[in-house]
Structure formats: C-alpha cells, structure tokens
Design a protein around this ligand. Structure first.
Ligand code: NAP
Length: 681
C-alpha cells in the first residue's frame, strides 16, 4: 500500500555561527522554488510546530566546543530529553545534515545524538544523515547532500508544482554577466595602488593580495560539474538619502541591550618579545555596567573588521565615501519569507557599518560566494576561473586558494572585473562573529573589573605564498592598547578607550564549584590557564572569609597542569600561580615546558598529558577516592584529545579496567559534570 505523501515539511537549524542557519534558509528558499511547502525555524523555536502532527522534518545542525549542541538548540535538546514515549515520533520521517570537524574528537556529535534520539522516539529516517567535515571542506558533503535531498523529499512530500527548472547541479552554458549598473566604477584594484587607501599608506594590513592560482588545467565551463546553485537573493537595500548619524556602537547592536561598552583600564604583555606568540592581559572597567559573572564564564567582544580592509572593498566596488556612509535599511527581497538573523537585525545602518560589524570578510570563502561572484564578472577568463574554482574539477585549485586564506578583498583584487552589488555580498558572506574570551579574574577579587588574556593572531601563510595574516579582534585590541611589549609590566591606560562586550552565558557548568571542600584537577596549557586564575582567586577569598566563621573549614586540594614553551618567555601568570602555591592554595603546580631541551625525548615530558601520566597514581587516587572534579580548558583539537587519552590510560593502569571501559567511564563523567571541558577551536 502506498503511503500518503505529506503536504509540507519543516526545516530546523541549530546554528552557532550562522553557517547552519544560512544552509537551512537556502534549503528553505530552494524548496519553495521547487514547489514544496516548507517552514524554517531555529531548533529552540521548536514550539512553533506541533510535533504530534508534523510528519516530515529536516534538521541542519552544527556543533560547538567538542561536539556540544549550538546555543540556539539547547532548549530543544532539553525538551527532547524529557520525552520518554517510544512512539512520540512514530508518525514522523526525518533527515539530518550535520556540520562538524574531524579535528575534534566528538565529530558531529550533535547530529549523531539527534539521530539516535529521533530513532528512539519512533521516527524513521527518509534520507541518510549527512555528516559534513570542515577539516576537508563542508561543501564536499553539503552540496551533494542537498542535491539528493530533493528526490528523497519528493518521495515523502507533495510538490505544489514542478521544479522551476532547477537542476541538481547547474550546467553552465553561456557566460553572461548580470548587470550591476549601480557600480559604474572602474578597476581601481590594480596592484600598484593596492597599498594606498585614500592616499594614505595602509598600516599593518595590506588592502588586498592577488591570489596565486594555476589555472592551466581549466576546462570549458560546459564541462564543469557540481557547480553550486546560485545562492538565494535574500536582501535588498533601501536608500534613505541622508547621511547615517555616527554612533559609538553600530545601530544594529542597540536592540540587544546585553551589549555594553567597557573601558580598557590597563594592559600587560605576559610574554617576552622573543616568545613564539605574544599574549596580552587586559583589564576592563565594568563598574557602571550590569555585568555579573563567576569564574569559568566567558564574554564576547564585538571587534570591527579592519578599516583598511573595509575601505579596500568599498574602493574596489566603486562605492564612494558618501554612498558608504548614507543611511540605508535592509529589507527582504521579493519572495523572501525570512531574512537570515544577522541581516534582520541591521534595520537602519550604512554600508560602511555593515562591512565593519555585520559580515565576515576574512573567513574562507564559501563556494556559493565564488558562484555568485562569477555571475557579476565581465571578463570571460575571470568568470571561467571562478566557475572552475567552485566546480568538482577545480577542487585542487580551490584548496590552493584556501591555503592562502584569502579575504573577500583578495578575491575582488584577483578577479578585478567582478563587481557584485553590495546586497549580493551581504547575502552570501557569513555573519561577522563576536570573539570569545575566558574571564581571568574572580569578582570577589575585583568586582568592578573584568580581566582577560589572549594571543595576538599574526602568522604567515605557507610557502610559497608567505602572506601575513592578522587576527581581527586581537590585533585591534593590541593596537588600541598601544602595542605594548615589555614583559609583565602593567600599563594603565588613561585615555577613554572603550570596547563593546557582552556576557556569554555558560551552559556547560564549567564554573568554580560552590563546595569549597571539593578537590579540583585543572588542566590548561597556554591561555587555557585563564579561567583557573579566577578559580584560585575565588576559592582563596572564599576560604579566608569562611575560615573566619569556622576555623576548621577545609579547602579541597587543587592541582594545576600548565604548559608553555619556555619558562622564561611564555609562562603566563607565573607570579600569580607561584603565589598561590606559596600560600598553600594551589597544592600542586605541574608545568610542562614543551621546547625545553630534550622535551618529549626518552620519557621526558613535553605536554601536560605527559606529566599527568607520570602523576597517574596520585591523580587516580584524587579522582576516585576524593571525588575530584576534572577541568580542562584550551585547544579542542590536539590538547583535549591528548588529555582524554592520558586520563583513559591512567584509569586502565591504576583502575584495572579495559581501554573501552575507561573511555566509557570518562563519557559518563562528562555527562555527570565530574569532568568538565571548555574547549576552543
Ligand atoms: P599555545 O601557546 O599554542 O600552547 C601552549 C602549550 O601547549 C605549548 O607549550 C604548546 O607546545 C603546547 N601544546 C601544543 N600542542 C599540544 C597538544 N596536542 N597537547 C598538549 N599541549 C600542546 O596555547 P594557546 O594558543 O594559548 O592555546 C590555548 C587554547 O585555549 C587556544 O585554542 C585558545 O583559543 C584557547 N583559550 C583561549 C582563552 C582566551 O580567553 N583567550 C581562554 C581559554 C582557552 P608546542 O607549541 O611547543 O607544541
């Protein structure tokens, strides 16, 4: 008996940085064009649909940290956990697209967990789960997964009408260019003037680098396959014919009162000028701000894109100063049901403000961006090259392009006849992300201040490119603070420099425990030590004040495993940490010095996990006999896995268990929050 097809379907997205949302909204828009009836919601808006009735569900979800659900899906997962009926979704068919990264140990954990839960609740999958991997490029899974979603959907969903002529992969036959009459300008982007913006020599950042590509293998465009669909036209700009009033914070921050302007009080360089990385410690004044936190919390900084980069893009697109600062509003283009969230919040703004704070100009370009650019490129050779780069045949050259980590300006400089309207860039560029930092201090120690530390991102792309790349936020902060570099010299900043910040709600439980007697094992190499300074300050002050009331008060043992390259050059917060040891607050401070002579050779420790293994027996006792809580903070890719493996080895060796049992036990401790991790990509 044929099963009756469903009239509509619902797309849900769990998105941390806007990528999953962008993909979901493109699927939504394309589904409408293909004649399906669909709705699209963030996972946390799950109550907008009636799960007892919805029959076809499509999920697009990314991950945060090491396989945790994105922030806008936490409520949904809580809701799912509470449902116990095995038949709750027995009427539903679903499919899932996960966006993950195999560099992390829990690859695509959110999509996998979701799949398991939906099956447990009686749902059936109508189309295989797609697990995209950012380590090799999300698009190599995402694009074919979406292409094959349509026939799978057609088996379970009714289509109102036939496809509006959309092919699974577009075949390029003609090389026509869309008219972009707005942009009357010119090729200003030649190499000669690329260092000059408004007649001034750029400081520290070059306005655009030509990307090195070998296009000798380029094939005719009609032979190219797997070219992505032209991305959805989401927005249109309405000009208001007046200059945008400049405000200290961009106007689209205003609706969110959680964003506050904090003054930078002081700065200190924590590293030696010859250290591999430069680390700064900053102190913000939050006296008059409503900002309460506890150690373990992190906060966001809304740093602008570099002005030179923004001006370079405006220049290249022929947008003059007046036009760039004119007041505009962003609206949904015709036929668009819903703008992506980051475009929605813009309201009244200016093109300059949008490029400074609204869109990401530096992350790796999506294929969809190259595809869109091809449509606005007048030179045939350049157009062919762009289409080649986003096709299956051009994948090797695309990897070459990615190695050079191009900005959108680098692309525009490399393909100078490409003049997309600014709206199409806004449609396709990802949302500009705030940057997260752990809070270093305890509010008990400095209630009116917020301290944090970070490495300045400054590196060169590999040979033969050797292009300097600078971080957006860290180099901005470094510049605001006057590029200090004298190690451990705290400098008060007297001028009124403010930065926009917001508290990031900590959902994971990675906070200093309230029970003072609990032993803590803290593992945090590099800037991963940041939250533990706050843990130690907090516990010391709590202990001293509670001891006044009860002299028998006991402070649980605290051990810290810290890692640096050279004790003299990058031992962050050394004085503070040794002070905690001297005062008996920190029972053990183990420091792995990774570039010390002989480190990693003949059993000499190199990394924190090596010292953990050496201390295995005592660690085992502390964990299993004294119920210590394990906290790990830092790099999600190498370190987190290394530490997890070391913990498993310790359990195997001292707890007489199998490796698989040890790994299961660690997973259980993660669930029970006896083992907490604050991992950073
Ligand atoms: P880092 O300076 O790159 O490295 C610190 C030490 O860790 C070095 O000795 C390094 O050794 C070693 N290391 C390298 N690979 C390792 C591995 N697989 N296992 C264990 N140790 C390893 O550290 P970082 O850049 O500060 O990185 C810390 C991470 O924490 C970053 O992802 C950062 O984003 C994050 N984080 C930042 C904040 C913040 O607020 N800014 C707070 C918490 C965490 P070698 O280089 O000699 O190999």
């Amino acid at each position: 008996m044929a099963t009756e097809k469903c009239q509509n379907f619902v797309i849900f997205y769990g998105s941390q940085t806007g990528n999953a949302e962008w993909i979901a909204k493109n699927i939504h828009q394309e589904s409408i064009e293909r004649g399906f009836i669909s709705e699209c919601y963030a996972l946390d808006d799950y109550d907008k649909v009636d799960f007892s009735k919805e029959k076809v569900l499509v999920f697009v979800t990314s991950n945060t940290g090491d396989g945790d659900p994105p922030d806008n899906s936490i409520k949904f997962f809580r809701f799912l956990r509470k449902i116990k009926s095995k038949t709750y979704l027995s009427h539903s068919k679903f499919s899932i697209l996960g966006l993950g990264d195999t560099n992390y140990s829990n690859f695509n954990n959110t999509a996998k967990r979701l799949e398991k839960k939906l099956l447990d609740l009686g749902g059936t999958s109508f189309y295989n789960t797609g697990l995209a991997d950012d380590a090799v490029g999300l698009e190599s899974i995402v694009d074919p997964w979406i292409a094959n979603l349509w026939p799978a959907l057609a088996n379970v969903c009714v289509k109102k009408q036939k496809d509006s002529g959309i092919d699974v992969t577009e075949s390029i036959v003609s090389l026509s260019i869309k008219d972009n009459s707005q942009n009357t300008n010119n090729d200003q982007s030649n190499e000669n003037d690329s260092n000059l913006i408004n007649g001034k020599k750029s400081e520290s950042i070059k306005p655009g680098n030509k990307i090195l590509l070998d296009l000798s293998d380029i094939v005719d465009s009609d032979q190219l396959t797997s070219i992505p669909r032209i991305p959805t036209v989401f927005c249109k700009i309405s000009r208001l014919n007046k200059e945008k009033v400049t405000t200290p914070l961009p106007s689209f921050f205003a609706p969110s009162s959680r964003i506050l302007n904090a003054r930078i009080n002081a700065v200190c360089c924590l590293t030696h000028p010859n250290a591999v990385k430069k680390t700064l410690h900053l102190e913000l004044d939050i006296k008059d701000l409503e900002f309460s936190f506890i150690p373990g919390d992190a906060f966001e900084i809304f740093a602008p894109n570099h002005e030179v980069l923004v001006k370079g893009i405006l220049n290249t697109l022929g947008i003059d100063d007046n036009m760039a600062h004119e007041e505009i509003s962003i609206e949904a283009a015709e036929g668009i049901v819903d703008l992506p969230i980051h475009l929605k919040k813009f309201g009244s703004t200016s093109i300059f403000e949008l490029l400074r704070y609204g869109v990401d100009l530096t992350s790796l370009p999506r294929k969809a961006l190259l595809r869109m650019m091809a449509d606005y490129t007048s030179n045939d050779q350049e157009k062919r090259s762009l289409l080649f780069l986003c096709s299956k045949q051009g994948s090797q050259q695309l990897n070459r392009l990615y190695e050079q980590r191009p900005t959108i300006l680098d692309l525009l400089v490399t393909f100078p006849s490409c003049k997309p309207p600014i709206e199409r860039l806004l449609d396709t560029l990802p949302q500009h992300q705030p940057r997260y930092y752990s809070i270093v201090n305890s509010p008990l120690m400095n209630p009116n201040e917020l301290h944090f530390a970070f490495n300045i991102v400054d590196y060169y792309t590999p040979n033969p490119y050797n292009i300097q790349k600078l971080g957006v936020c860290t180099t901005w902060l470094d510049k605001l603070c006057g590029h200090v570099n004298e190690m451990n010299v705290r400098k008060l900043l007297n001028s009124n420099i403010t930065i926009p910040i917001a508290l990031k709600m900590n959902q994971s439980g990675f906070n200093v425990p309230s029970d003072l007697s609990k032993p803590l094992i803290m593992i945090g190499p590099g800037t991963g030590v940041a939250p533990f300074i706050g843990f130690l300050q907090h516990r010391e002050l709590q202990f001293l004040s509670e001891k006044k009331i009860n002299n028998d008060k006991h402070l649980g043992d605290m051990w810290l495993f810290y890692g640096c390259r050279d004790k003299e050059k990058d031992f962050l917060y050394r004085k503070e940490l040794e002070g905690f040891v001297d005062r008996g607050i920190l029972k053990e401070l183990f420091v792995a010095v990774s570039r010390a002579p002989g480190a990693g050779v003949d059993g000499k420790p190199k990394y924190v996990q090596d010292i953990m293994r050496i201390q295995g027996r005592d660690l085992f006792e502390l964990i299993t006999k004294k119920d210590a809580i394990i906290f790990v903070c830092g790099d999600a890719k190498g370190m987190a896995k290394g530490v997890n493996d070391a913990l498993a080895d310790i359990l195997v060796e001292h707890g007489q268990m199998q490796q698989s049992e040890a790994l299961d036990l660690l997973k259980k401790w993660l669930r029970e929050k006896r083992y907490l991790r604050d991992l950073w990509g």
